[in-house]
Design a protein around this ligand. Structure first.
Ligand code: SAM
Length: 292
């Protein structure tokens, strides 16, 4: 077995050899603790038959652990300067494909189809670039990919919002979007000291397990998400006031919103943060005919 890429000394050696300078704008905070990397990998419950998709391999610290734990790793890296480095650090692992691409622009479904043919169990595992955490997670959830779920490192504050329950200060449209598609749990909190350079924010690892069916059945998904966003536009306002000011104008809009709230059995004076996903689903289905 080779010495782990992630040990502080080996990381330092690699960065020095290539004269690599971190780009803050690309969220480059590399992990230098093999123990944390193994815990992240373990949380994905991979087998030798599984596949792993990584976003942002950096110099390959996590990629290496994944390559040892599963059959095939496909990793998307935006920064061209890392390609020659990865070529060297991951040379011992023949089961890794590096794709030079912005993951937000990539056709991930097609790439899975091409590079992971025959693999049934696929997980996304990543230490995400924090400047695009939410767009990446939402893209992977809404692209309808053949994945079991995601184990990702992200800002603790965003992890708290994604896992928040109704009635708490962190609960909002992001909690609903994520929990609509997945069962989500915090795996661990991670100290700043395991990164170079150290990020300004605290971090956490979460696991998102895709549900076989969404948590609620709705007539129109995009309208459901529009209603949830509108309901949290101003947190101190009632659901009625938020919907009245946020939904597109229409004939007798306020009357329509009041009627829909009543039909959905939701008190117009409640605040969005107290509604469960099921209640939002009921409400959006009642509102839907008025806003077509
Ligand atoms: N996996 C490595 C580790 O844990 O040490 C690096 C993680 S670092 C937080 C994030 C990585 O994502 C960087 O390598 C960065 O260049 C890459 N990255 C940033 N934006 C990206 C994007 N839109 N698509 C793909 N990779 C991206």
């Amino acid at each position: 077995m080779h010495k782990d890429i992630a040990t502080p000394n080996r990381t330092k050696e690699i960065l020095k050899k290539y004269g690599f300078s971190f780009k803050k704008s690309l969220g480059q905070n590399f992990l230098i603790d093999p123990n944390i990397l193994r815990k992240i990998t373990d949380a994905a419950n991979l087998t030798q038959e599984s596949g792993a998709i990584e976003i942002g391999p950096g110099i390959g610290a996590l990629t290496e652990q994944l390559a040892r734990a599963c059959k095939k790793v496909v990793a998307f890296e935006i920064d061209q300067r890392l390609l020659p480095i990865l070529n060297e650090t991951l040379a011992p692992y023949s089961n890794v494909d590096i794709i030079h691409s912005d993951v937000l622009k990539a056709n991930v479904k097609e790439i899975i189809h091409e590079r992971m043919a025959g693999i049934e169990d696929i997980m996304v595992v990543a230490n995400l670039p924090y400047y695009v955490t939410t767009p990446i997670i939402m893209k992977l959830l809404t692209d309808n990919l053949p994945i079991r779920g995601l184990v990702v490192m992200l800002q603790k504050e965003v992890a708290d919002r994604m896992t928040a329950r109704p009635g708490t200060k962190d609960y909002g449209s992001l909690s609903i979007a994520v929990q609509y598609y997945t069962d989500v749990e915090i795996v661990m909190n991670v100290p700043k000291t395991v990164f170079v350079p150290q990020p300004n924010v605290d971090s956490a690892v979460i696991r998102l397990t895709r549900r076989s069916t969404p948590r609620a059945v709705v007539k129109d998904e995009s309208f459901f998400f529009q209603v949830t966003k509108a309901s949290f536009a101003q947190r101190r306002k009632t659901i009625f006031n938020n919907l009245s000011s946020q939904l597109p104008s229409g004939k007798e809009k306020k009357e329509a919103i009041l009627a829909a709230l009543e039909q959905a059995n939701i008190d117009p004076k409640r605040r969005g943060e107290t509604l469960t996903i099921e209640e939002f689903a009921r409400l959006s289905d009642q509102l839907y005919p008025y806003f077509q």
